[in-house]
Design a protein around this ligand. Structure first.
Ligand code: S3P
Length: 168
């Protein structure tokens, strides 16, 4: 069974995934890294050169590949599970864990970030709030588990995830 981490940019999916993979004996795959390795371009370059729609096509292909593998911890991108087909494919052999964080936490973690094209806006707080409000219902609806990860302690969060997964 795979453990899939979903949630907004800056929710800590990549960091928690690494720790969770270690303590659960799984292999970690980060969807953004997978796309970057396969395309030979960074996410920001793909957005800039080919646009978001093309990135979403590559993302869907990555999800198809990854959903065929087993014993993984998958760090999704913040937009991955918004596509119904992606969520469905990931659920065939995985549980989706939504890392729930506040706008303040996202802002604190990403205030100097330049790698996320969707947040390169004059008012980052507004951009985050608007996007998060629209996405929240889908993050919640696709999740098998919702875990608070505002406190930056990836070890504690990884342990809580493993504990709560047992009761699913
Ligand atoms: C995106 C999140 C990013 C990356 C791309 C789009 C999104 O991943 O996939 O910039 O739509 O939320 P992270 O959540 O890992 O930052």
């Amino acid at each position: 069974m795979n453990i899939i981490l979903s949630g907004f940019m800056g929710s800590g999916k990549t960091t928690v995934a690494k720790t969770l993979a270690k303590i659960s004996g799984r292999t970690v795959i980060d969807i953004d890294d997978y796309i970057e390795n396969k395309s030979g371009m960074t996410v920001a370059e793909i957005f800039e050169k080919y646009g978001e729609n093309h990135f979403r096509t590559l993302e869907q292909q990555a999800v198809e590949d990854v959903s065929k593998m087993d014993n993984l911890v998958v760090a999704t991108g913040g937009g991955t599970v918004l596509n119904h087909d992606n969520a469905k494919a990931l659920k065939t052999n995985g549980v989706i864990v939504f890392l729930d964080v506040s706008v303040d936490t996202i802002l604190r973690r990403l205030k100097n970030d330049t790698t996320r094209p969707l947040l390169q806006k004059p008012n980052k707080e507004c951009a985050i709030t608007e996007l998060l409000m629209g996405r929240m219902p889908i993050y919640s609806a696709t999740a098998d588990l919702v875990i608070d990860h505002n406190d930056d302690d990836q070890f504690k969060t990884a342990q809580v995830i493993l504990e709560r997964i047992k009761n699913l």
